[in-house]
Write a protein that binds this ligand. Structure first.
Ligand SMILES: [Fe+2]
Ligand SMILES: [Fe+2]
Length: 267
């Protein structure tokens, strides 16, 4: 493809930051990644940034300073009560859009950057997780509300869900309307990144940002005890002298059509 005649933009979506090691990994590695790949837009899932559960103003500021445009989240985003007013007031941090409207925070954001209207939508699945509103219908209604937004317009989705089949079903529902559908929540990166028939880039899980020698970023021993004894010991992020791993996905998108032209994992 000839990049001189096609308006190609590059977007990265980064997996859940787990605790202070995850945060440190992000602040060290993301600025390098942005430069190396000439990234135009970056999202990060921040639901586990504050010692594994939720996010506070401190983590919010460090994540944004690292070069992130929008922080997405999921079921853990409300764990730190003191952050709720921040969720209400800041436009560049999201909670899943299909929770009841009275829940603090917004579920999508529209950011004008580099001559492109970036629409970031955060949704959560319902299989094996909270029984909230339908993410398929909520996606349709948000896309419909944004249809008159000036072009070029790029829609990207963080679909936070437990079930792989729900993630794939949603991806084919959104195919051709979103440019990139990146799923989160299970923290284990999948190797199924691809461009769907109508032009959306997709992956079932982008992974996480934290210590790899862990159970989904958490302390191995505590997780084992939870399973062995069936007692809900409080999980804590894994610690290590090794640096953490930053995982996610990078897609190249034709800004004029919204079609993804390439997709690759950050692993
Ligand atoms: Fe998470
Ligand atoms: Fe989650």
């Amino acid at each position: 493809m000839n990049n001189e005649t096609v308006n190609i933009v590059r977007v990265a979506m980064i997996g859940d930051i787990v605790g202070s090691h995850g945060l440190e990994t992000l602040t060290v590695k993301l600025p390098v990644l942005i430069k190396e790949h000439n990234l135009n837009f970056v999202t990060v899932n921040g639901e586990n940034a504050a010692e594994g559960f939720g996010i506070t103003e401190r983590e919010y500021k460090l994540i944004i300073q690292a070069g992130v445009d929008v922080i997405t989240s999921g079921n853990h985003v409300w764990e730190k009560r003191e952050f709720w007013s921040f969720l209400e007031n800041e436009k560049n941090i999201l909670r899943p859009a299909n929770y009841p409207p009275s829940v603090p925070g917004a579920g999508f954001a529209r950011i004008e950057k580099g001559g492109v209207n970036w629409i970031v939508i955060n949704l959560q699945g319902r299989e094996f997780i909270n029984a909230i509103d339908c993410p398929f219908m909520r996606f349709d209604s948000i896309v419909n509300e944004q249809k008159d937004v000036a072009k070029p317009q790029i829609i990207i989705v963080d679909f936070h869900a437990e079930s792989s089949r729900e993630k794939e079903a949603f991806a084919y529902h959104a195919d051709g309307r979103a440019s990139l559908i990146a799923c989160t929540h299970t923290h284990v990166q999948t190797a199924d990144e691809r461009i769907l028939p109508k032009g959306s880039a997709y992956i079932t899980d982008i992974g996480m940002t934290g210590i790899t020698d862990s159970v989904i970023g958490m302390d191995i021993k505590i997780c084992q005890e939870r399973f062995r004894k069936q007692v809900q010991y409080q999980m804590k992020p894994a610690v290590s002298i090794e640096q953490g791993q930053l995982q996610g996905i990078i897609a190249e998108i034709d800004a004029d059509t919204g079609t993804a032209v390439s997709v690759k994992r950050i692993a």
